[in-house]
Design a protein around this ligand. Structure first.
Ligand code: AP5
Length: 217
């Protein structure tokens, strides 16, 4: 099963991807997480991309495509793409890769979100520095302030979740990523789920969609 989860910053892609990949045994290929791991490890790739993430702009397509292709090669039992593709060029490169490796996308799901609500969702997001678990000081606060419920790790705010950077990321999304909705509508069936609902409701609808795709295979 190969899935793509599309949506603006803060639509809930990361939150829902964690649930879906666990439930269906898929590799979670989240380009933002991969870049943040490289930055934390101070690798050459991390140094190359750090400025883009800090500024809320996109990493050049060639760098992203090369990194994702490596991850797809490693994932033989299905994957979920979270945060990729993000430009038409990335989508076309992915199509080429899939054709060459006789693989296909089973489902593209667009997590629709009222972008006015995104700024509040992202400026109140926190994540565990040790295990990556996601929290929100309003919609999903931890039991003990600043500590992860799962592993006791320290909760941190992402550098690009400052309000001015969130607004920049939304502008970049509008310009470069929103056109992918029309692209996938014309290439395949694009399924839409309302990401403004409570997380459990969103999960329920995503699971129903993915189950229907499994039955149809
Ligand atoms: P990336 O890490 O991919 O960030 P993003 O796409 O902007 O998405 P987010 O992680 O901010 O949001 P999300 O949709 O995952 O929401 P989440 O579930 O966390 O990319 C970061 C950067 O990396 C980019 O700016 C770029 O520089 C670079 N990059 C990455 N991929 C790239 C690519 N392909 N090409 C070029 N550059 C790339 O939820 C957010 C918050 O809301 C959380 O606090 C959560 O608890 C809460 N929440 C979630 N769902 C709900 C709900 N239903 N109701 C209430 N609260 C909710």
């Amino acid at each position: 099963m190969n899935l793509i989860l599309l949506g603006c910053p803060g639509a809930g892609k990361g939150t829902q991807s964690k649930v879906l990949t666990q439930r269906y045994g898929l590799a979670h290929i989240a380009t933002g997480d991969l870049f943040r791991a490289q930055i934390a490890q101070k690798t050459a790739l991390g140094q190359k991309v750090e400025g883009y993430l800090k500024a809320g702009t996109l990493v050049p397509d060639s760098i992203v495509v090369e990194m994702v292709a490596g991850k797809l090669d490693e994932s033989s039992s299905g994957w979920l793409l979270d945060g990729f593709p993000r430009t038409l060029e990335q989508a076309q490169q992915l199509d080429k890769y899939l054709k060459a490796s006789a693989k296909q996308i089973d489902m593209v799901i667009y997590l629709a979100m009222d972008e006015n609500a995104v700024v509040q969702r992202l400026t109140t997001r926190r994540s565990c520095a040790s295990c990556g678990e996601l929290y929100n000081t309003i919609s999903r606060p931890p039991q003990v302030e600043g500590k992860c419920d799962k592993c006791g790790g320290e909760l941190k705010q992402r550098e690009d979740d400052l309000e001015s950077t969130v607004r920049k990321r939304l502008m970049v999304y509008e310009d470069l990523t929103r056109p992918l909705i029309a692209y996938y509508r014309s290439e395949t069936t694009l399924h839409e789920v309302d990401g403004n609902q409570p997380p459990d409701k969103v999960t329920e609808q995503l699971v129903a969609l993915v189950d229907s795709a499994k039955v149809a295979r």
